[in-house]
Design a protein around this ligand. Sequence first.
Ligand code: 26Q
Length: 801
Amino acid sequence: MNRQDLSSRDLVRMITKKLMGDIGVGPAKAHEDQFYRAAALVIKELLAEKQRKFESVTLAAGEKQLHYLSMEFLPGRSMKNALYNLGLTTQMEEALHELGVELDRLYGFEPDAGLGNGGLGRLAACYMDAMASLGLPANGYSILYEYGIFRQKLVEGRQTELPDVWLPGGEVWLSPRPDQTVEIRFGGVEEESWHDGRLITSHRDYTRVMAVPYDLYMPGYDSPGVSRLRLWSAKGLGVDMALFNRGDYAGAFSQNAIAEAVSKVLYPDDSHLEGRILRLRQQYFLCAASISDILRRHLDAGESLESFPQKNAIHINDTHPVLAIPELMRILLDDCGLSWERVWDIVTKTFAYTNHTVMREALESWDEGLLQTLLPRIHRIVKEIDNRFCRRLREDFHLSEAEISSMAILNGGRVYMANLAVAASHSVNGVSKLHSRLITETIFTDYFRVAPEKFTNVTNGIASRRWLCQANPGLTALITDCIGDGFQKDFSRICALAPFGQNQAVLVRLEEVKLDNKRRFSNYMAERHGFLIDPASVFDVQVKRLHEYKRQHLNALHILSSYLWLRENPGAEFLPRTYIFGAKAAPGYVMAKEIIRMIYHIGRMIDADPAVRGRLKVVYLEDYNVTLSELLMPASEISEQISLAGTEASGTGNMKLMLNGAITLGTRDGANLEIGEAVGDENILNFGMTADEVESLRARGYDPGLFYSENPVIKASIDLMESGIAGENFVSIAHNLRETDPYMVLADFDSYSRAQQFSTRLYGDRARWNAMSLANIASSGIFCADRAVADYARRIWGMTR
Ligand code: 26Q
């Protein structure tokens, strides 16, 4: 049974029962938020039941299970997606209507589950959806952060961070499983001794934290599959009675508080953050709880240790959960008594690793002393892995000491997590063709020479049904009218839309759908934030985390130049354009926060200037998240993907925008290149240096000062930053651009400006623009997460269906 076979009558009965039984109110008196909870509880129960069935069928059939370990999952809201995938939206609408409420209004009561920072976390959520839709058994593992990604508030353009309290509305989706709690041990002393000729390790004086699992179910579309995301919550052992009885109340409770701090809050993405001990505790907490759970389930199914790699694939999402490797080794060595060689064999057949960045400064490393104190046994195992590994490189591969030290796991008192991941995984992949090539040429070049067969590429994909069918019903209806149903299940079929690029009636309808979505977005912004956005202006969108490599400041610099141009040419014809930004900055990233403040003030300056107002507008969206993104993507027309070539691993927002008919204005970076291959050069707006050109410019020596002094447009725009934008100046950004410009904003500026102007000309030719937009939608099939996950399943996880 793929679609849930329930009538609206059944749902009325089930919702009423939940209201009376769990919430304590009858339908006549219930408020909307109570209806939201009741409906969520009904859906959760259906999902739990479906997941149980799916799991028992796949286990009975002896199917291989995927375990996806990630410090981040960013599912956003669950209700709409669950109903859509179960095929229950209409019945639920009718049921609620009968009870006097509108389903659409209930969606608004659900908070985003924001247990991630951005791309990497959202990717994990998209993949859970795809696994379930393909009917492949998948378990996601992460942490039940009490506070997810901070809520962003702008005060005079300054980002301030507020705690994200999501559990009050979010926990209705979680099923606690306290019976499957796991004990995690930190610190203490580790000893080895010999008994009857065997080496026995013992561990004492450790502190204990309990990991309590909460499950979130994610159903597949028109499929029996349901993915289970298991989130671990840290629980202390309660009050220390000995201290309490002595009257030491602070001491009596403090151990408990320290233990529970582990799952309190998600670390905001900060690649430069010096190794914080709490982050390392979080990482081990996730890994130890998950490995224990995976192994228990494997053995409960009546399987042997030998069959572990045949029945389980463990994927580590970047290096954050890499301690799962030594943790599995620890259990197999110490608790199961296997030999090192057998354990190494099991581990290297089980683990696969995805890298999400080429930037060296973002590669994780930990102080070795810290690891030793916090996890003495894990440290010893890592040391032994490193010893054996380096010995092999020296003896079997005859590598030089320089090569060995670049590949070593322990070096100069630090632990290199990416090296551990590559050494112990059977597969290492990047997330776009370019990125996968670059990692073999830069950060992993020595590894690539020794074991080229490990390296592969799987280009990212997105949950197309969420980002198109659920987020953009108008466009979905148009596509269905053209090519019928069927593309929802098999997204590669969306290519059947391509011939409609010749059909003027379809193109006109496409334009109308876009305008409707722009109006919907403008109305929302007006009601919520009092912003007035003209739906007739071009919606030019850059939404992603704020980082210098993503170059929001290149966009801002160009807006400043347009502003100056308009001031000098007040009578000129100018296609009105609204630049929409949405981005959170890591709280400690000073330059990123300054860029936010500058963009905000550019918006103010323009609004205050009658000569420019109405033709240019800059909107900074506060607290950009998954739900806001679902509203914005359908309304977007230009997709800004302007990272310095060679820095953005893939990008996934670029795919969501393309799927909704936006035209990419971007560098030849990450997945932009593959978007270009799919749509053809005439349907994408590329500019700037290629990754190779960036490299050679760097090698020749890049001097941003030259661009500043020789290009009057650049000079005037940077000078404006310094002299004042809406009464504020941005000296540090101006200085950064002129003096170092690490991401070569000035080198790409001219080319970017020309691409912007070209986009304006194209937009003026409505038929041409609409045809380009349609070509983008029709070419987006390969960026569906179903395709990406099918690739992983076949080529990396050894799963078939
Ligand atoms: C590091 C140290 C301390 C705390 C947090 C972190 C941290 C957390 C998250 C470092 C990095 C991340 C996330 C990285 C990320 O999202 N990368 C993006 O992954 C996407 C999915 O593959 C790609 O599309 C993007 O190109 C890539 O930037």
